[in-house]
Write a protein that binds this ligand. Structure first.
Ligand code: NAD
Length: 310
């Protein structure tokens, strides 16, 4: 039987429609949730992400502000910007686009964001709350993964989940969220032995390692749900031929667009082995911005002591 595609665009639209209603109610009460996105430097992928974040906030009726800083910005200068945003009443969410340039102490900057405005959920206080199951502001991509699973009626309670990748932004928080949802979770990383065998234990397999098409058929338990967090850009014919068994279509795409997007999961194998999977593009990616918007609305409520609706 063909694997079911878990359509991230469709789920994002559901979430956005729900948020639009909430935002209308808040506005009627005189509250316009506000998001400030800080971009340091000119990394092209980061520029696209930040532009989309600000554009989506505006489309949903939020107040969105983009702050561009030069690549030479120091830790001290960035801390000053964060302080000013912390002090501004109309800003509910502060997003520092990662990665920051090497001269900036990222941990120091993320720890300076007011935890009540930390819509990326990366402040140590919010990380601690996530560990203890007190969910205030949860990192966006991991929260999106859980939304996809729940809204697609994939059973999490009692499942075996395998997470490949242990970053602070994706692997660790997604593993914690799954654990709180009563899954039995194994976290794998670059030093894990017998990775394909371990991965095969997962009813749910989450790939978040940043290695194009690394997760091949032998990693996937037949019928498993595979969530591909990876976003990798292939830009040469050689790379495309290495990744795809049948490269004709992707090679045409490369010729037309100059790049082919691929996740961490081999896209042809997953269709054959999995029960359900998220495609790249159009799987986890669309959820990240939707969850950022959700966190901004949530921060606006929480800062005013308002309860969540429903
Ligand atoms: P990262 O580089 O910080 O972490 C990668 C993790 O994978 C590390 O813990 C490392 O131990 C593990 N790893 C690397 N190579 C491995 C190997 N060969 N075997 C087993 N484990 C290995 O990356 P990240 O920030 O967590 O991002 C992971 C991927 O997710 C990237 O492709 C990134 O672009 C993507 N991403 C997507 C979104 C989204 O919105 N969809 C958001 C964030 C990150």
């Amino acid at each position: 039987m063909a694997a079911r595609i878990l359509d991230g665009n469709q789920i994002r639209e559901q979430i956005k429609a729900e948020l639009a209603g909430e935002i209308r109610e808040l506005k009627a009460a005189g509250i316009t949730p506000g998001l400030a996105a800080v971009l340091v430097g000119t990394n092209p992928a980061s520029q696209i992400y930040v532009r989309n974040k600000v554009k989506t906030s505006a489309a949903l009726g939020l107040f969105g502000e983009k702050i561009d800083l030069p690549a030479s910005t120091s830790t001290g200068e960035l801390l000053d910007v964060v302080d000013r945003l912390n002090a501004r009443e109309e800003i509910d969410g502060i997003l520092i686009q990662l990665p920051l340039p090497p001269q900036v102490d990222s941990k120091k900057v993320l720890s300076a964001v007011d935890p009540a405005k930390d819509v990326d959920g990366l402040h140590p206080l919010n990380v601690g709350r996530l560990v203890s199951g007190d969910f205030r502001l949860v990192p966006c991509t991991p929260a999106g993964v859980i939304e996809i699973l729940k809204r697609s009626a994939i059973p999490i309670r009692g499942s075996r989940a395998v997470v490949i990748g242990r970053s602070d932004i994706v692997g660790k928080p997604v593993a914690l969220l799954l654990m709180h949802e009563h899954s039995t979770v194994t976290v794998c990383h670059s030093k894990t032995r017998d990775l394909p065998q371990v991965a095969q234990e997962g009813d749910i397999l989450i790939a978040a390692m940043g290695r194009p098409a690394f997760v091949t058929g032998e990693f996937i338990r037949p019928g498993a749900t595979v969530i591909d967090v990876g976003i990798n850009r292939l830009t040469t014919e050689e790379e495309v031929r290495r990744v795809f068994h049948d490269p004709a279509g992707p090679l045409r795409q490369l010729a037309e667009k100059g790049q082919v997007l691929v996740g961490d999961v081999q896209p042809e194998d997953v269709k054959e082995r999995a029960g359900a999977y998220t495609p790249v593009p159009g799987g986890v990616g669309p959820l990240t911005i939707a969850m950022l918007m959700a966190n901004t609305v949530r921060a606006a409520r929480q800062r005013r002591g308002m309860r969540a609706p429903g």
